[in-house]
Write a protein that binds this ligand. Sequence first.
Ligand code: ADP
Ligand code: 5GP
Length: 208
Amino acid sequence: MTTRPRGNLFIVSSPSGGGKTTLIRRLIADPPGAPLHFSVSHTTRPMRAGERNGREYHFVTDGTFRKMAARKAFLEQNVVHGRRYGTSRAEVLPHLSRGEDVVLDIDVQGARDIRKVYPRAVSIFIVLPNLAELERRLRRRGLDRDEEIRRRLRAARVEIRKARQFQYVIVNDDLDRATLELQSLVRATRVTYARQRTCLDRVFREFR
Ligand code: ADP
Ligand code: 5GP
């Protein structure tokens, strides 16, 4: 009996404002072949205008989050910018077992925790060419007040030092090129021998 190859798990991290949300949205909307599953995290932060429960996040109370944590529902959980965020097992493991690729949008600490429990994960760090551009994008996005933007810029200086812990780094200066790099990376992991061994088996037998 042949077992179905597991899907790949992609971790995408960056300082806030680096462009993860934008790049992941583009990847999901235009995947290189079979669709990828975006893992919807749980969070205790309030919903922003335009967000929908279950789409960007599962928005839960502190109590619900704690109960989930107590029954080990999370693969990893961390406090980011003062709020709780967690990647649930249910958003990841059943999809990987079905052979689907899964994408996580998580902070650098979460990325580290996921690599510990799932060393095969493919990790990608998104950076910007300079701090001034990061500040411009945070301001243009218009989600955060001045004080919060300054806090995120300070955090970015620390997070950027963690880039070396990631296998891949994408510089998000030009959005189309950065998207293409992310799509190419996903495509490359889909043509490994391990991923294709089941379907290639027939090809190799044919040549015997
Ligand atoms: P993150 O999810 O990492 O916090 P976002 O995807 O929200 O970052 O991007 C931050 C802001 O920068 C958004 O307003 C987004 O539209 C913009 N942005 C993302 N990538 C680019 C790019 N390559 N060029 C210009 N603006 C960008
Ligand atoms: P935001 O609230 O602005 O969408 O996200 C804030 C930060 O939390 C981002 O860096 C995002 O990547 C991170 N984040 C989102 N979901 C998770 C998660 O499940 N776990 C961890 N560790 N970080 C997350």
